[in-house]
Design a protein around this ligand. Structure first.
Ligand code: GLC
Length: 472
């Protein structure tokens, strides 16, 4: 993956001028300058204040690295993806009937929170209102909410309490796009409708950030059909920070916010810019009974390491069923990830961004001068060891292109010290067990004398080449 120019290009494409400003600020931060030094005259006082407090507000989040996303709403009752209303053209009066039949068991969120903690996730982000427009929380602004309809209770309150009970940080997802509100589409062309709809939107966000105590993350989504000016996003964020001075916000109300949100792929932002990849466990965010394309624990652990390697976070989704239960396949995967995190969490939490290019068998993370080699393709014994000294003695994990002197190495799962050899081109961990000591990846901690970097392909032009010509 290219952490450099392509990331910068897509960032600029995504955010235009506002993004360019944030990028300038991000670069300034990366160079050790306070974000404020990159601020231009056009940056508002509120923006500058957010820049000034960003590092402190986001400290816990950078440590955390791993969060749980929860998509839950009326769509779970149909069980065919959270876009079912639009994708299948369900008329509003029909869709509204779902609200009467959405009757989840009490406190389902407790099970989500316990599962998140067992999986090693440090924060949660739940859909308070998805595109369907149904509010999972109590509100004075619409009856289309969980207290007045089927559930008869405030599902967001249950969620907040459940997360706190497990010591997890609390995030609210909020979709600006609304398929249900009468002004949700015409607000683009009708000023009176826009006024009403923006007041409604700001009003709901105000309630969310007033009625549930301290909220750690506001996760905006889809800003169709308005521009940031139309949404009055500057004013929106100002209100948010006034109500919750410690909160962090994402970039999906059209402003740069505190972090970028690559979706269903992993792509690091420019150095100094925070980012979080959000991904599904199968292919759907909302419960979809037909979707059994579950990712394996190995894929999840590898994705988590890839995010950590690029200095980013991983927000992994569950789509609870209409009664609130988590699909058993999701539970199974998250528990396996949690067992791995029990041993290897320290190779994810609080790690530093690294210049570390993975190979076919290994991924990497880094903390200071410690390199964590995540071996997901355990080599076992290669028959080539019979002829090649390179692979003796016995099992060898070899890494090309390590630029730092290794001082010591050990397998985290067993504590076993590992012998190694190192020359200019290859670092070889030798005498390893035949079977992988850990699953789905074995981590080997390698202490180095300086910041470890790895780029095996950079050495292609450098290694000595011999025996050109016909010798046989
Ligand atoms: C997309 C989808 C939405 C999902 C979100 C998560 O914007 O519209 O269904 O909630 O991604 O990032």
């Amino acid at each position: 993956m290219d952490w450099g120019e392509s990331t910068r290009r897509s960032f600029l494409k995504q955010f235009g001028a506002a993004g360019a400003m944030a990028l300038a600020a991000a670069h300034a931060e990366g160079m050790g300058l306070p974000g404020g030094q990159a601020a231009t005259a056009s940056e508002s006082a509120a923006d500058q204040k957010q820049d000034a407090t960003r590092a402190q507000r986001m400290e816990w989040w950078h440590q955390a690295r791993f969060g749980m996303f929860i998509h839950w709403g009326l769509y779970s009752v149909i069980g065919q993806h959270e876009w079912v209303k639009e994708q299948e053209g369900v008329p509003i009066p029909q869709y509204e009937i779902l609200a009467r039949h959405f009757k989840p068991k009490p406190n389902a969120a407790r099970d989500w929170a316990r599962l998140a903690r067992r999986a090693g996730q440090k924060y949660m982000v739940m859909t308070t209102k998805h595109h369907e427009g149904f509010c999972n929380f109590d509100t004075r602004l619409t009856d289309y909410n969980a207290v007045k309809q089927g559930p008869g209770r405030d599902l967001v309150r249950e969620y907040v309490e459940a997360a706190r009970a497990e010591g997890l940080r609390v995030g609210f997802y909020y979709s600006l796009m609304d398929w249900h509100h009468p002004d949700g589409a015409i607000c683009k062309t009708d000023e009176a409708a826009r006024r009403r709809f923006v007041d409604y939107t700001h009003g709901l966000i105000r309630e969310l950030l007033t009625n549930y105590g301290k909220i750690d993350i506001l996760w905006y989504d889809v800003s169709w059909p308005l521009t940031p000016e139309g949404w009055e996003s500057e004013k929106m964020n100002e209100m948010v920070f006034e109500l919750q001075p410690e909160i962090i916000v994402n970039n999906r109300n059209g402003l740069p916010g505190d972090f970028s949100t690559p979706e269903q792929h992993i792509e690091a932002a420019a150095v100094g810019r925070a980012w979080e990849s959000c991904m599904t466990l199968n292919n759907s965010w909302g419960f979809n009974r037909a979707d059994d394309a579950w990712k394996t624990p190995q894929v999840i652990v590898d994705n988590l390491a890839t995010c950590a390697r690029g200095g980013g976070n991983y927000l992994l989704n569950i789509g609870p069923m209409p009664d609130g239960s988590v699909p058993p396949a999701s539970v199974e995967v998250l528990e396996a990830v949690g067992r791995w995190m029990d041993t290897n969490g320290s190779t994810i939490y609080g790690t530093d961004r690294g210049q570390l290019v993975p190979n076919a068998s290994c991924n990497y993370t880094r903390k200071g001068n410690t390199l964590y080699v995540h071996v997901h393709g355990w080599p076992g014994h290669t028959p080539a060891a019979e002829w090649l000294d390179f692979y003796k003695p016995e099992v060898v994990v070899a890494i090309g292109g390590l630029k730092a002197k290794a001082l010591s190495a050990k397998i985290l799962k067993t504590g076993q010290k590992v012998e190694f050899t190192q020359d200019e081109f290859s670092f070889r961990l030798t005498g390893m067990p035949m079977e992988a000591p850990d699953t789905p990846a074995t981590v080997i901690a390698v202490e180095c004398d300086s910041e470890p970097t790895i780029d095996h392909s950079a050495e292609r032009p450098l290694w000595p080449r011999y025996k050109v010509g016909i010798s046989i």
